[in-house]
Ligand binder design. Structure first.
Ligand SMILES: *Cc1c(COP(=O)(O)O)cnc(C)c1O
Length: 370
């Protein structure tokens, strides 16, 4: 017999089943309604979701698309960004942000982040702005908004388009406003693990500009402006009715799910005495898409937790500019020092709606003992 106290059960990093079980009757009714309707792509469910999303985020329009990557590409294209333009974003993000910028034909320019909040460093944005800079894509990483005050001020000074990558932060607030309400446009991903997750892939773009919203609807349907007329070249980025119907159900429960994330994060804060919890920006409300801590000897730290049955993940161990696919961006190791240090140390602990508070206590105790 071992004398080491193990957590009573293996603790997975994430689990989407509790969300399904809680809302099972509503979700099954929504799916059954779509199946019986005979209309499966871009129909009444998606239209209602678009209205609900716009109202939730405090924007005039939401346009549903197939995923969060397309949302960024199309938000930029609908605002005229393309070949010859430079778009500033961060290296500390999902590769999708950079892939989407390149899909427009524009050149991504990656800058460093704030050490405490992991979001775009406004001074680095200022330093990166040149004659070809046309847009900036701040990323609200982990569930907390970037410094939109400073970023918005730089963008206004240089007449840059602002597209918020809000894939990880739907529901978060900054200075009382929702993340996604700051830029010319904001993009959402409904990948299943995000704060609002579909049961498949889906995404959306938020904007207050009716002409941009109309162009987005064209771009998501191969540029079609009328039944047989294609006014410009677009892509296929349609949302399924089943996803639209499920997302409407879950949007109705999003604030409650985010409050639960915040309560679990608070419990981690109380339990983690020797390890700093995530820093929250002044005036910000964090929704903890991820609960991220730092460990200098990360491999050992993660292996120790795994021995106690606790699974962790890393978001993201290799920044975009150091990925083999992006070697030609011309940013060698050392170019984004804060990003690179953060990438070497961050660890995401389990946190999801339905995670038992007692499980948070067990994980925190395992962290303290490590
Ligand atoms: C998830 C994510 C995306 C991409 O969304 P998909 O729906 O997976 O295409 C883009 N940016 C960030 C920051 C993300 O977390």
């Amino acid at each position: 017999m071992t004398t080491i106290r193990r957590v009573s059960q293996n603790q997975p990093f994430g689990d989407l089943k509790p969300t399904f079980r809680r809302h099972q009757a509503e979700i099954e009714a929504a799916v059954a309604r779509v199946l019986a309707s005979g209309w499966y792509v871009l129909g009444p469910e998606v239209e209602r979701l678009e209205a609900d999303l716009a109202a939730y985020a405090g924007r005039a329009h939401a346009v549903a698309v197939a995923n969060g990557t397309d949302a960024i590409e199309l938000a930029l294209r609908a605002n005229g960004i393309g070949r010859g333009d430079e778009v500033v974003t961060v290296g500390h993000t999902a590769v999708a942000t950079v892939a989407a910028i390149e899909a427009t034909g524009a050149k991504p320019v990656l800058v460093d982040i704030e050490e405490d909040h992991y979001t775009m460093l406004p001074a680095a944005l200022d330093a990166a702005i040149g004659p070809r800079t046309a847009a900036v894509v701040p990323v609200h990483i982990y569930g907390q908004a970037a410094d939109m005050d400073a970023i918005g001020a730089s963008a206004a000074r240089h007449r840059l388009l602002v597209v918020e990558d809000c894939a990880q932060a739907l529901g978060a607030r900054l200075a009382g406003r929702r993340a996604g309400a700051f830029g010319d446009a904001a993009t959402l991903s409904f990948y299943p693990t995000k704060t609002l997750g579909a049961f498949g892939d889906a995404g959306a773009v938020l904007t207050d500009d009716a002409a941009v919203a109309a162009r987005l609807k064209r771009l998501r349907s191969y540029g079609r402006s009328d039944r047989y007329v294609h006014a410009e070249r677009g892509i296929n980025s349609r949302m399924d009715e089943i996803q639209g119907a499920i997302l409407r159900v879950l949007l109705g429960h999003l604030d409650e799910a985010n409050r639960e994330r915040q309560a679990l994060a608070g419990r981690y804060r109380a339990g983690l005495r020797s390890m700093p919890a995530p820093a929250v920006r002044e005036g910000a409300e964090h929704v903890y898409h991820l609960f991220v801590v730092r460990a200098v000897d990360r491999d050992r730290f993660r292996a120790g937790l795994q021995e106690e049955g606790v699974s962790t993940l890393v978001h993201y161990p290799v920044p975009v500019h150091l990925q083999p696919a992006y070697a030609d961006l011309g940013l060698p190791a050392g170019s984004l020092p804060v990003t690179e240090r953060v990438a070497a140390e961050v660890v995401s602990l389990p946190l999801y709606p339905g995670l038992e508070p007692a499980a948070v206590d067990r994980v925190a105790a395992a962290v303290e003992a490590s």
